[in-house]
Ligand binder design. Structure first.
Ligand SMILES: C[S@@+](CC[C@H](N)C(=O)[O-])C[C@H]1O[C@@H](n2cnc3c(N)ncnc32)[C@H](O)[C@@H]1O
Length: 383
């Protein structure tokens, strides 16, 4: 492929009706809806259905919970319609704990959403439990030593993973080659495909200033980047029906996927547009870090366990399995704005020039830095 380009559309509208998006046109949905029964979203949901406000005012938590999920159900129905056969939806959702009229209880959003997804025809796949690292050292202070009165602290969220229809097939040579280029490194696979993610913080991920979050409900870039790279290939179309600050747009841009983001609140435009415009530097530095981490892993692995069998054809560096031989990260060249809320991104189709002296901006506190140039890694001797 000589030129690579992706397009990113932002639609400011209600995701309960996505008639602008044709049926069976989307390859992956990654999203995080407003969490039902979390107070910060009461007003937004009540605006979409005033009966919710009435139920809350009357102290009827169960009725409010049911009505809020009816709003989300309408969006999941649209998600099912627009997804192509064999494609995935990944939904980040947390349960809520709340006291309504003196009654404290858990509102199990993940179970409610999964039930609806299955009812409308999705197949469930193993989910990911995202164990957030919470910095609350005093969380148990002063209570909980006496039985039957204290509650477990809620410190995890779910990433529900469902598929529409049967397994996706990659039939043509071009499709197979693109899939190989979109691969993950072995050591990434071992962490990303585990069912508990403990290494992604809920807040504080490093993004350029212009990409800083308007609300704390933003999910981490690393979380959505992983999901996009696990469940789609380059050139696919990724949809986020609850776009918020545009994290999914940013991760799709960095991953060489097209995207459509839907957001009901137009004030988010001031966060989303800078996301696209700052994505060249951000993405290139993120991709460079990802490569550096691989080189550091290889260096360590060769020294501790001996030579690796395969070589990546683009970077000339060792890899563990034959499936990693054609992985290629497309660096970004430029971003063009086309009309209101549409961005085109141009990419290089050549492997990055490796800048060995660039400081490593580590994700997840993993600050490994290789000491050997990639081209010389295969010449390393085991210790
Ligand atoms: C949890 S936030 C998403 C945060 C996003 N993942 C990010 O990283 O910024 C949920 C978003 O859904 C939006 N929203 C709520 N109801 C909506 C609807 N019916 N259609 C489209 N967007 C909606 C809210 O305005 C909010 O920005």
């Amino acid at each position: 492929m000589i030129n690579m380009k992706t397009t990113h559309n932002i639609l400011f509208q209600d995701a309960r009706d996505l008639k602008e998006i044709p049926s069976e046109s989307v390859d992956l949905v990654v999203t995080s809806p407003p969490y039902p029964m979390i107070e910060m979203w009461d007003e937004m949901f009540s605006h979409q259905n005033p009966e919710i406000q009435d139920a809350l005012a009357n102290g009827d938590g169960k009725q409010a919970y049911a009505l809020i999920h009816e709003i989300l159900d309408a969006v999941w129905d649209e998600v099912f319609r627009v997804l192509k056969d064999g494609r995935f939806a990944c939904i980040n959702i947390g349960d809520a704990t709340r006291t309504v009229k003196g009654d404290f209880c858990l509102y199990p959003n993940h179970a409610r959403i999964l039930t609806h997804l299955l009812n409308i025809g999705f197949s469930a796949l193993p989910d990911i439990l995202w164990r957030k690292q919470a910095n609350t050292p005093n969380k148990f202070m002063g209570s909980g030593m006496l039985p039957a009165g204290a509650y477990v602290t809620l410190e995890h969220e779910y990433i529900l993973i469902v598929r529409k229809g049967s397994k996706r097939e990659f039939k043509t040579e071009a499709e197979k080659a693109n899939r190989r280029e979109s691969g993950l490194f072995w050591e990434e696979r071992n962490v990303w495909y585990s069912d508990v993610w403990t290494d992604i913080k809920g807040t504080g991920q490093k993004l350029p200033k212009a990409m800083s979050r308007l609300r704390s409900a933003a999910f981490p870039f690393e979380l959505v980047y992983r999901l996009i790279n696990m469940y789609s290939v380059k050139g696919d179309v990724v949809l986020d029906p609850f776009l918020g600050t545009g994290t999914t747009t940013a991760a799709a841009i960095t991953s060489g996927r097209n995207s459509i983001g839907v957001e009901i609140d137009e004030s988010f435009q001031q966060a989303i547009c800078p996301v696209a415009h700052h994505s060249v530097d951000f993405s290139n530095s993120y991709l460079s870090d990802r490569l550096q981490r691989h080189f550091a892993f290889v260096e360590d692995r060769i020294q501790n366990s001996g030579a690796l069998k395969y070589t990546n054809k683009h970077y000339g560096c060792p890899v563990v399995t034959s499936q990693e031989q054609f992985i290629l990260f497309n660096g970004l060249k430029e971003v063009h704005t086309r009309g209101d809320n549409i961005f085109d991104v141009m990419y290089s189709t050549k492997p990055q020039d490796w800048n060995f002296d660039q400081p490593l901006e580590a994700v997840n506190g993993n600050k490994m830095k290789p000491h050997t140039k990639p081209s010389q890694l295969s010449m390393l001797d085991p210790q």
